[in-house]
Ligand binder design. Structure first.
Ligand code: AMP
Length: 228
């Protein structure tokens, strides 16, 4: 039975919110991702290391077993499940998602300019279809299809809020937390697609082979999350 655990986490909001959960598992990284260029962080526990990867790469590292467990936003997991190896968009990919950690909570929404110029309402549609800019192409496509709406989706990699301001798109699909970013760019939420939070994910083989280490971690985290 293997006795080492590798945890994949992205730096920034999720890492910060994950620190108290890691502390409850008696895991303390010896360096912070903001102060080192190292991508493998040692911890106080010789059997546990943390790897720092991009949010969208966390499920890949875990699915292929390069990391045993990971913490990933539901937005990333929903988008990933469609593309994953063996993924069928129904969540049947090579990962377990045993726990909602209730951290990095926000919402996936559809937003558009607060003030559409007079005469512009509806006229901004292109061939009868609205243009929607987003990084979350699969989530947006599934959502609009479920609503019976035909839209043209434009893939962007960031700063989605700019797209309606410059007329690139009529609407955006993006995450909102406080709503400050939307407001600062004159956008308002018109529909909420789903609530988002970060989830614990576990490699299927590791769940079997390292059950002695992983099961107590899941149990402890479950207790903590339920206390919230
Ligand atoms: P806010 O201005 O607080 O509504 O934050 C919105 C910005 O932060 C958007 O650019 C979002 O993509 C990003 N954001 C908000 N919440 C999260 C989250 N939980 N995970 C990742 N990005 C987020």
């Amino acid at each position: 039975m293997s006795s080492n655990i590798t945890i994949a986490i992205s730096k920034g909001r999720i890492f910060k919110d994950a620190l108290p959960l890691l502390a409850a598992l008696d895991i303390y990284p010896v360096e912070a991702p903001e102060t080192t260029r190292k991508l493998i962080l040692e911890t106080n526990r010789p059997d546990v290391k943390i790897i720092i990867v991009r949010t969208t790469d966390v499920p890949t590292y875990v699915e292929y077993g390069a990391a045993d467990i990971g913490i990933a936003g539901k937005d990333v997991l929903l988008e990933y499940s469609v593309n994953a190896s063996g993924g069928n968009g129904l969540g049947g990919y090579g990962l377990y998602e045993p726990l909602d950690l209730k951290i990095a909570q926000c919402k996936m929404v559809v937003a558009e300019p607060e003030k559409v110029e007079p005469g512009e309402t509806g006229n901004r549609e292109h061939g009868g279809r609205k243009r929607v800019a987003t990084k979350y192409v699969n989530i947006a496509r599934n959502y609009f299809a479920s609503q019976g709406k035909q839209v043209e989706i434009i893939k962007l990699y960031g700063s989605m809020e700019l797209a309606p301001v410059l007329g690139l798109a009529d609407q955006i699909v993006d995450l909102v937390d406080t709503g400050n970013t939307l407001k600062a760019n004159g956008l308002v939420v018109v529909e909420t697609i789903t609530d988002i939070s970060s989830r614990l994910i576990v490699n299927k083989a590791a769940m079997k082979m390292k059950n002695n280490l992983i099961k107590p971690m899941i149990e402890k985290l479950t207790e903590l999350v339920e206390e919230k």
